[in-house]
Design a protein around this ligand. Structure first.
Ligand code: C5P
Length: 289
């Protein structure tokens, strides 16, 4: 049996650069894995076929991303028919929250199955499979904790993990569809160019809080004003910067670790948790252990 931690991500910036002929959008984003993790356990069983169970009944259907990833792995690695596998998924990352939870479950599973079967697929092949499941899945099929992503999100370049900060996350408790946000962006953006174009020459391997920007934020905020309220309250609480992650609605604030009294920050997280019904997480960058 193996147990895998599937981390959430935040987008430190997300620029939408234009439409693509395949219906997706060209993006430029910096993704950071954080230490808020689902847990996947894999157990090889005697009888052939796959069993899947999840503590969230909404995700137990046959079309969920974990089962799609598993089927794709076994057919590509020519292991179909040989697998007798029980998969258990414990959800901690909120669903449809802009934190890549489903993508992480799928990408982490691909990595785990490859390990369990002694690496029949290369990292490049895993990334190719991951991209068939979703735009964010490749990031979770590789081991690095942070990456710049281009294309529709699947072309990755590893960068340094941002571990100088605490990440304080607040989820307003509504589910947001990524497709809905991108569709509305396409309708309302008037093809305006992302702010990125002004600063394209900047060295993108480094990061500073001034780089934080999300072209999708205004779309989700218009429909859910609580996103803007949360962002304001994180800034008032002393966050260095605050931003909606992905297509939202989760908002996170960055607090520089060397400047922050961690006891006071834990206390703040507890107070916010009472206001937001437990949908508050104080985390650090993902270290993989
Ligand atoms: O790739 P994924 O299935 O996660 O994307 C969900 C939806 O978000 C897509 O169907 C598409 O409408 C939109 N999307 C997009 N451009 C991207 C990523 C996602 O338009 N780069």
């Amino acid at each position: 049996m193996i147990s895998l931690r599937a981390p959430a991500k935040v987008n430190l910036y997300l620029h939408v650069l234009g439409d693509r002929s395949d219906g997706y959008h060209e993006v430029f984003t910096r993704m950071q894995k954080i230490d808020l993790c689902d847990v996947i356990t894999l157990e090889q069983t005697g009888e052939p076929g796959m069993r899947f169970d999840c503590d969230d009944p909404a995700l137990s259907g046959d079309d969920n991303l974990v089962l799609r990833a598993a089927r794709l792995f076994f057919s590509t690695a020519n292991l179909t028919g040989r697998q007798g596998l029980a998969i258990r998924l414990e959800k901690k990352i909120p669903v449809a929250a802009g934190l890549g939870g489903g993508s992480s479950d799928a990408g982490t599973l691909l990595q785990g199955l490859n390990r369990l079967h002694n690496h029949p697929l290369s990292v490049a092949e895993l990334v190719r499979l991951a991209a068939q499941i979703g735009s964010d899945v490749p990031f979770f099929a590789v081991s690095g904790a942070a990456a710049l992503a281009t294309g529709r999100g699947e072309c990755l370049a590893e960068v340094a993990s941002l571990d100088a900060y605490w990440y304080l996350l607040i989820n307003p408790g509504v589910a947001v569809s990524t497709k809905w946000v991108f569709d509305n962006y396409a309708l309302t953006s008037g093809k305006k160019k992302s702010k990125l174009f002004g600063s394209q020459k900047k060295d993108r391997t480094t990061f500073s809080p001034e780089d934080m920007h999300n072209d999708l934020e205004s779309i989700t905020m218009k429909r859910y004003p609580e996103v803007a309220e949360i962002k304001d309250s994180l800034l008032r609480a002393g966050a260095e910067a605050a931003l909606m992650s992905g297509s939202g609605p989760t908002v996170y604030g960055l607090f520089l670790r060397k400047k922050t009294d961690s006891t006071a920050l834990y206390k703040l997280a507890e107070q916010l948790s009472a206001v937001y019904d437990g949908r508050v997480w104080l985390t650090r960058a993902y270290t993989g252990v």
